[in-house]
Design a protein around this ligand. Structure first.
Ligand code: NAD
Length: 497
């Protein structure tokens, strides 16, 4: 028997039902008969209460020394370590990806929480000589205030942690609205923080739909920064909503990532990378390798090997350790994948394998799709340019490294790219010329670690970076401080001869 508990919003340190009393169901995408729980279906009134709680908690949290804030985060990381298996299983049940991957998802939250705990003792600013005598100057970080976080479902614990931990260590208070498909992992993350001793009101959660609960959060006048991860279409709405109020706005959006396989590549390695990059997380990663650009010399051989590996992938419930690829998140996403399969064929791409939903036998109760490969794709086809967010990979033949780089860059997104080559010169040229926020050599487009900046160019982002110390810039303002101890008026740029 699976439990199906009722989860409320977390406001001011208490778990509360939505003001309307409404709830929504969260079901396993691999088995719609499995009810994971019910969650508060929130609206503007709940957001108002959550923001009020965050506002009230802000002065005290901000005044707590950053190393003390770090100690709470450190304890939360220890709790996440202890409960990793339980939280990973919950994430697989609500999101679908295989257990090995949700263990990685929770591990990423652990890494980020430890990392940001350490930043409690490392919020370094600058000190620099003045142009005047007897004058001291330095810069310090200030929290922005209330951080409104809006997150997607594909990394249900990692992404909330990427936003929450840097916000908290800097002294911001938080209101998070998780994706409607995966609120349980955010509940679990918050429970770890609660158990670690986070004071009431410092983190608040409102679960519910985007327009209903996300929109009032991003437009709330007391929210100083909105940090959003999700589709480019929604990100545009967030950006527009924040612009008129000059609200800080941090966007991490879609991708159309590329693996480039050169004629001198280790093909075994490249096939391994393309299978993991294309079909890991059922292709539902912002960094998924949904395009493989192949030098014509290796096109046939790579395709044969890649396709036979794609066909052999075991698709099923992610809780079964022998399964290699889980379901897609929900019915609309399955239908979107099917529509792209049709679009690709209408545009003349060659369906090499897959192309259908799986809905019989072990797949009857979930949202499953075959690993799908299109061959001989033209770079201008929609399947080569648009984000599908499913287990669909386009193979694009090219004649040279220059052409690979040109095709690789010819999309609206700029998140991640990779090259497989044994030629160091080619690797460095691609590294220099691919206009993406992340680049890999002899590894697929996925696999970011928490202590390097994460994010992308063009329609993937708006110039900020998640993770690493760069995340601190998202959630803080700089203050420059000048201290004149000369006892006289010294006018900058005038009295400095
Ligand atoms: P989505 O845009 O549909 O939803 C993301 C979040 O925004 C959810 O919490 C949703 O409820 C909320 N939302 C939706 N409409 C809203 C509105 N009008 N106002 C306020 N909030 C609203 O995206 P998704 O389907 O959850 O996630 C998939 C997308 O996320 C893909 O495009 C993927 O590439 C992207 N993604 C990007 C990164 C990155 O770091 N660049 C990481 C993971 C996922």
């Amino acid at each position: 028997m699976t439990e199906s508990p009722a989860h409320g919003n977390f406001i001011g340190g208490r778990w509360l039902p939505a003001a309307s009393g409404r709830t929504t169901e969260n079901r396993n995408p691999a088995d719609q008969d499995e009810l994971i729980g019910t969650f508060a279906d929130s609206g503007a009134e709940d957001v108002e209460k959550a923001v009020a709680a965050a506002r009230e908690a802000f002065p005290r949290w901000r005044a707590l020394p950053a190393p003390k804030r770090g100690e709470i985060l450190y304890r939360a990381a220890e709790i996440l370590v202890k409960r990793k298996e339980e939280f990973s299983r919950d994430a697989t049940r609500e999101m679908g990806k295989v257990l090995a991957e949700t263990r990685g998802d929770v591990q990423e939250a652990i890494d980020m929480t430890y990392y940001m705990a350490g930043e409690g003792r490392r919020q370094f600013g600058q000190t620099t000589p003045s142009e005047m005598v007897a004058k001291f100057q330095m810069s310090i970080r200030m929290p922005v205030g209330i951080a409104g976080l809006i997150t997607p479902w594909n990394f249900p614990m990692a992404i909330p942690s990427w936003k929450m931990m840097p916000a908290l260590i800097l002294g911001n208070t938080v209101v998070i609205k998780p994706a409607p498909d995966t609120p349980l992992s955010t509940v679990n993350l918050i429970k770890a923080l609660e158990e670690a001793g986070l004071p009431p009101g410092v983190v608040n959660m409102v679960s519910g739909g985007g327009p209903e609960a996300g929109a009032p959060l991003m437009t709330h006048k007391d929210v100083g920064i909105v940090s959003f991860t999700g589709s480019t279409a929604t990100g545009r709405k967030v950006s527009e909503a924040c612009a008129s109020a000059f609200k800080h706005c941090h966007l991490e959006m879609g991708g159309k990532n590329v693996i480039m396989v050169m004629d001198d590549a280790d093909l075994d390695l490249a096939v391994d990378g393309a299978v993991w990059g294309g079909f890991g997380t059922t292709g539902q990663r912002c960094t998924a390798a949904s395009r493989v650009i192949l030098h014509k010399q290796v096109y046939r051989e790579f395709t044969d090997r890649f396709v036979s590996r794609a066909k052999a992938l075991k698709v099923g419930n992610g809780l079964d350790e022998s399964v290699q690829m889980g379901p897609v998140i929900n019915r609309p996403q399955l239908e979107k994948i099917e529509s792209y399969v049709q679009i690709a064929q209408d545009e003349g791409a060659k369906l090499v394998t897959g192309g259908h939903r799986l809905d019989k036998g072990p797949h009857a109760k979930g949202f499953f799709h075959e690993p799908t490969v299109f061959g001989d794709c033209d770079p201008k086809m929609r399947i080569s340019c648009e984000e599908v967010f499913g287990p669909v990979v386009s193979l694009i033949p090219v004649g040279s490294l220059d052409e690979a780089i040109a095709v690789g860059n010819a999309v609206d997104y700029g998140l991640s790219a990779a090259i497989y080559t044994r030629d160091i010169n080619k690797a460095f040229r691609a590294m220099r010329d691919m206009y993406t926020g992340i680049f890999y050599v002899n590894a697929p487009t996925i696999g970011a670690e928490t202590h390097l900046p994460f994010g992308g160019t063009k329609n993937t982002g708006n110039g900020h970076r998640e993770a690493c110390v760069q995340a601190l810039d998202v959630f803080s303002e700089w203050k420059s401080i000048y201290i004149d101890y000369s006892g006289t008026l010294q006018r900058a740029q005038i009295d400095n001869d």
